[in-house]
Design a protein around this ligand. Structure first.
Ligand SMILES: [Zn+2]
Ligand SMILES: [Zn+2]
Length: 680
């Protein structure tokens, strides 16, 4: 039986052909698409890779014109499915005619099942006699792929249905709300204001945190510390009150301090530091921050490693290794690598190896773990970093806890109690294999009860409470997961989208004034769009489609009703929303005082469409500064100390690197200086 095997991507297709043919395959082109061909018991099998989704859903042509239809009409507009990659669709059709059976071997999850189902529909529409099977695997290794193709199953139409529901929800919410808000703010073309089911509540998390930081008023407090010395060893102790909120009180304590202090107690506690749980997608993306990778970069790299067979499937919620995972064999494999050899030996010497477990179990994929030994020279730097992180995490989950001694010593002087704390690791345990967390030790001198110690110095330190920290993009992923925003497969893309839409910049991401304008307006007049509740409910219901508890149509209908409620809020407050957006969006244009007249300098557009910095005092004042022609201008929170103007950053939608323009006045002055230099 001639087979047509469909993989999610070209690289995966090639690897599958390589494994199934034991290396005896030919590459050819069908149309412009790569196809890998091999014979098996006299049959001709062909493997083709897609480019993820090959079909896309959209509204019919008549809805394309933003002005022609009310955005609300999109809620119940019909939806079409059209080819996204026509070339691949054509190649699939050609191949379908020559095959008797097709095996869908796309990724095994919601999106993968839908990608496979769309491909299968194209194939069946060309050849209605063709039979189909589904191959599912969690790693592109010899064993996993061969086993999967020997034990093929059926397509899971509930799973693909859930994927279709997700697609429709995102299209309908995104299109109707984005159009409504953009039209209300008079932002057309490339300048549109994007609003979405998952992205807007996510952006609200960032903006709300920024508001909290801005509203934060530091409270002064004092700390009283001692520097003590015994046997030539210096150490610090702090007053047990910790933060002292009244200076008078701090002064009093400070005065009470004598020349010596007496040890009143020493306590030692043994604490165990439990090893981390196996990596699921969220934990992995969070940890990738410690090797300097943002979630998108981490995920893309993990996907490359997966496709090459080095690690298991990186999109998983599971944090429990299954019984069938051969840990001994994995350890043996990792132990072949000189960098991990000693770590592995240490683990193999343990009396028993009991892997840690997280609280999420699922049957589809195992936690992310290494599946094949990688050579450092075969990977680029980032790939190796990610591979090493995954290997070390795997080792850590098999290791014993770290043990540390916590020593607390209390001392008295002039009726005041001070304390000092020491930490000493007696056994590094898993930390030895997983060096990504700091292992900080503070070693105290040995002290006896009633011992008298010289006070070298006493300090009264004046401090301030700090505003809360911004979320790093890696931490934001965890936050989204907790609030039910997005899925393991989409969260990092949502954050990238917010960057591309110029809603956020830098890392940790800071919101632009445009983001603040959109979120503040929506929080005031259509709060539900900014809250995670609705989208979290829908996310849960999409899982219930998979379990067969709900039908796709029910979930889509419910989401449409939710949107209709939202549109009621929007329509009722239309004027106020327009006003609030206008005022808010202006803030992103104002840079600071004009050096000539003191009015506001603003980012403006000339009649011909080019950007420049102009003065609000025009026509009385014609002060202006040039701006770059290309790229998106981001007004940052930083202001120039010399000109009091906000500094600018330039970002691009394509893969081009962003750069800092800085203060437009300084930038212009530099440019003039360079120009004069060239003349000399
Ligand atoms: Zn001016
Ligand atoms: Zn300046």
């Amino acid at each position: 039986m001639n087979k047509l095997i469909v993989a999610e991507k070209d690289k995966a297709a090639k690897r599958i052909a390589e494994i199934l043919s034991d290396g005896n395959y030919n590459s050819k082109k069908v149309g412009k698409t790569n196809v890998y061909e091999y014979t098996e018991n006299g049959d001709k099998n062909q493997v083709i890779g897609l480019r993820g989704h090959i079909m896309k859903i959209d509204f019919p042509e008549k809805y394309k014109d933003w002005q022609a239809q009310e955005p609300k009409e999109l809620i119940r507009a019909e939806i079409e499915k059209n080819p996204l990659h026509k070339g691949i669709v054509n190649s699939l059709q050609k191949l379908a005619k020559q095959a008797e059976q097709t095996i869908i071997a796309t990724d095994y999850d919601r999106e993968g099942e839908l990608i496979g189902k769309d491909a299968l529909e194209v194939i069946e529409n060309t050849n209605n006699k063709i039979t189909n099977k589904r191959a599912r695997f969690s790693a592109l290794t010899q064993t996993d792929v061969k086993t999967a193709f020997q034990n093929t199953g059926e397509m899971d139409y509930k799973l693909s249905s859930s994927g279709e529901a997700r697609q429709i929800l995102d299209l309908v919410w995104g299109a109707s709300l984005t159009r409504y808000i953009s039209l209300t703010a008079h932002r057309y073309g490339d300048n549109f204001l994007s609003v979405g089911r998952v992205q807007t509540p996510t952006l609200a998390i960032i903006v709300d945190k920024e508001k909290e930081i801005e509203a934060f008023e530091p409270t002064p407090y004092w700390e009283i510390n001692l520097t003590l010395q015994t046997n030539n060893k210096k150490f610090q102790a702090q007053h047990t009150e910790g933060r002292i909120w009244e200076e008078q009180k701090a002064d009093k304590i400070h005065q009470n301090i004598q020349n010596t202090a007496t040890v009143t107690s020493t306590k030692t506690k043994t604490k165990k530091d439990t090893p981390p749980t196996p990596f699921n997608t969220t934990a992995f993306m969070r940890a990738a921050g410690s090797v300097g990778l943002n979630p998108s970069r981490a995920m893309n790299t993990a996907e490359t490693l997966y496709t090459a067979g080095y690690i298991s499937y990186p999109r998983t919620d599971n944090t429990v290794y299954s019984e069938s995972l051969d840990i001994e064999q994995k350890l043996h494999m990792i132990g072949q690598h000189p960098e991990f050899k000693e770590n592995v030996q240490k683990i193999q010497q343990q009396k028993n190896i009991t892997p840690t477990q997280g609280d999420k179990t699922s049957k589809d994929h195992p936690p992310i773990h290494p599946t094949q030994l990688a050579n450092k020279k075969d990977l680029n730097k980032t790939e190796w970093k990610v591979y090493e992180l995954i290997v070390r995490r795997f080792l850590a989950t098999l290791s014993p806890p770290a043990t540390k001694k916590r020593i607390t010593i209390k001392l008295q002087t002039g009726g005041e109690t001070f304390q000092t704390k020491g930490t000493q690791y007696t056994d590094l345990g898993w930390r030895e294999h997983y060096p990504y967390y700091k292992t900080k030790e503070t070693i105290l001198p040995k002290l006896q009860k009633n011992q008298e110690i010289n006070i070298k110095q006493k300090h009264k330190e004046s401090k301030q409470t700090n505003p809360p920290n911004r979320y790093s993009s890696n931490r934001l992923i965890t936050k989204m997961d907790k609030k039910g925003l997005g899925t393991k497969a989409t969260r990092h893309n949502i954050i990238s989208k917010l960057y591309n839409r110029n809603y956020i910049y830098g890392n940790p991401p800071k919101p632009t004034k445009t983001a603040e304008a959109v979120i503040e307006t929506l929080e005031e007049y259509a709060e539900r769009i900014t809250q995670p509740d609705m989208t979290a409910t829908l996310e849960k219901e999409m899982d219930q489609i998979v379990d067969g508890k709900l039908e796709k149509q029910d979930v889509i209908e419910e989401s449409r009703q939710m949107l209709e409620q939202i549109f009621q809020d929007l329509t009722q407050n239309k004027e106020k929303i327009a006003q609030s957006l206008r005022t808010g969006l202006q803030k992103d244009k104002i840079l600071g005082p004009c050096p000539k007249c003191g009015e506001n300098l603003r980012i403006m557009r000339s009649k011909r469409g080019s950007r420049f910095v102009g003065c609000s005092g025009y026509p009385d004042c014609n002060y202006s500064l040039p701006l770059p022609k290309r790229g998106n201008l981001i007004k940052t929170k930083k202001t120039c100390p010399n000109h009091n103007l906000n500094e600018l950053k330039v970002t691009y939608n394509k893969n081009k690197k962003p750069w800092t323009l800085g203060c437009p006045q300084c930038n212009y002055d530099e440019w003039q200086k360079d120009k004069n230099k060239d003349k000399d």
